[in-house]
Design a protein around this ligand. Structure first.
Ligand SMILES: NC(=O)c1ccc[n+]([C@@H]2O[C@H](COP(=O)([O-])OP(=O)(O)OC[C@H]3O[C@@H](n4cnc5c(N)ncnc54)[C@H](OP(=O)(O)O)[C@@H]3O)[C@@H](O)[C@H]2O)c1
Length: 427
């Protein structure tokens, strides 16, 4: 079935569509002539994640027209000055449908990075994208929001637009890593995928904006959904601690259960019976702090956005001060175990989350512009969202600047301290 070519509203180029299999120049992307000077609106472009996405896009594909969207003109102008030519600012409030639809009128693709997504009551940006026939990507990290977005699949397909939800670094690139592990296991025909585990580590806030702090607190108010042998189970947030080896550049870190959308999407789409996600941070006492919050504050309190904003105001200065010492390293480890005992690992480690998240979201934008997605709303691991043959180039673009990026290796090859079971055999 044909994939959707982004129908450009902004560009009058009549040149033929040509998909690029491989980027010709390192650090630069050759995107199809038809989409080369597409207009991309980045909502939340004045924030850390949106700003990083806009910068990565302008580096990877300088001919793209980038519109930075936000409520604050001063911050917008400063971002436009950083991006240089081919950029502009648009004043948009994502809670105001009229301003949204106006901003989307003449753009080809909108990136929604104006979180938090937790406890949001609607999918305004996606609805405006469907109404104005604009391709869509969000960096959502909330299960309820992501599945609400997915419920617009038929409307997006009818409007002939491609939309991807949860297309950041994690979730986002981690979903594609998981999908590739599952594909490789099936291709090798060595048993059925049985257990899939997402492990994430980010030092401090990873250099992200204040919204990430609100996101973390709101997530602590959500019961964790995981899957065990096909059954959905509910667990306490920030429980089930494990000490995981993230390999070169990170080493062993404590990680705890969190409610993340890739657990449900990977379980349903990739068909793996046991799936969970854990997250850990540094310095170690932040993990204690997160755990203490789940014990001391009620879920109702942690689900209240205005109360959480007060907590953010209280904690943000302390967190920022400690961020200076903690750094902002990020690492994702995805483990797949199969029925025959085969255990494969993928690892992605970068010194700076605030840079890497931008390349990750930009990789999804470019995949959509290149026509790798069909009309509809998709998760990153769905082949209709990111075509199987487009995954390699997406991972290559997203992993720019990583200090460790490995796919489909046994644990002993990637861990800093592999376990020896005897006779020089490592597991
Ligand atoms: N999937 C992933 O890999 C991933 C990774 C990290 C973060 N995230 C998510 O990304 C989101 C952004 O994080 P961040 O660190 O970039 O936060 P941030 O620095 O605080 O930025 C948030 C941005 O959203 C804009 N915004 C907020 N409310 C808005 C509204 N009503 N209308 C228009 N713009 C609005 C703000 O702009 P103005 O104040 O100027 O309007 C700001 O630019 C969070 O929800 C976080 O959970 C996802």
């Amino acid at each position: 079935m044909a994939r959707s070519l982004v129908h450009l509203k902004s560009c009058c180029s009549a040149s033929a569509f040509r998909a690029s299999a491989v980027d010709s120049q390192p650090g630069r992307v050759r995107i199809p002539d038809k989409a080369r000077n597409a207009r991309v609106l980045v909502l939340g472009g004045t924030g850390r994640v949106g700003g990083s996405t806009a910068l990565a896009l302008s580096k990877l594909s300088p001919e793209l027209q980038i519109v930075v969207g936000g409520r604050n003109r001063q911050k917008g102008d400063s971002m436009v000055a950083t991006l240089g030519k081919n950029s502009a600012f648009a004043q948009v409030n994502v809670d105001d449908m009229v301003s949204l639809e106006r901003a989307l009128e003449d753009v080809d693709l909108v990136v929604h990075a104006a979180g938090p997504f937790q406890q949001a009551q609607n999918c305004n940006v996606l609805e405006a994208a469907i109404a104005t026939k604009t391709a869509y990507l969000d960096v959502c990290d909330d299960t309820r929001y992501a599945f609400l977005a997915k419920s617009f699949n038929d409307k997006a397909a009818a409007a002939n637009i491609s939309a991807i939800t949860t297309g950041g670094i994690y979730p986002g690139v981690s979903n594609v890593m998981a999908a590739e592990l599952v594909r490789a296991a099936k291709d090798e025909n060595k048993g059925e995928p049985e257990k899939l585990r997402f492990y994430y580590y980010t030092a401090g806030t990873g250099g992200a904006g204040p919204t990430i702090l609100a996101t973390s607190f709101l997530l602590l108010g959500e019961e964790v959904v995981a899957y065990r042998r096909g059954e959905e189970i509910k667990l306490k947030p920030y429980s089930g601690g494990l000490n995981i080896d993230f390999g070169k550049g990170i080493g062993k870190r404590d990680v705890f259960l969190l409610n993340l959308p890739e657990v449900r999407s990977a379980h349903e789409i990739l068909g793996v019976p046991t799936v969970s996600a854990r997250f850990g941070t540094a310095p170690f006492f932040w993990n204690w702090g997160m755990s203490a919050m789940t014990n001391l504050l009620s879920p109702e309190y942690l689900q209240d956005r205005s109360k959480v904003q007060e907590l953010v105001r209280l904690f943000d200065p302390v967190v920022r001060a400690i961020d200076g010492i903690a750094g902002e390293r990020v690492s994702m480890r995805v483990d797949l175990e199969c029925t025959d005992g085969r255990h494969a690992v993928a690892i992605f480690t970068h010194r700076r989350l605030s840079v890497s998240v931008g390349y990750s979201a930009a990789a999804f934008v470019l995949a959509i512009l290149e026509g790798s997605s069909r009309p509809g709303v998709w998760f990153p691991e769905e082949p209709e969202g990111i075509a199987v043959e487009a995954r390699e180039i997406l991972l290559k673009r997203a992993s720019q600047g990583t200090i460790n990026f490995v796919m489909n290796k046994p644990p002993w090859m990637v861990e800093t301290q592999p376990k020896e079971v005897g006779l020089g055999i490592y597991v």
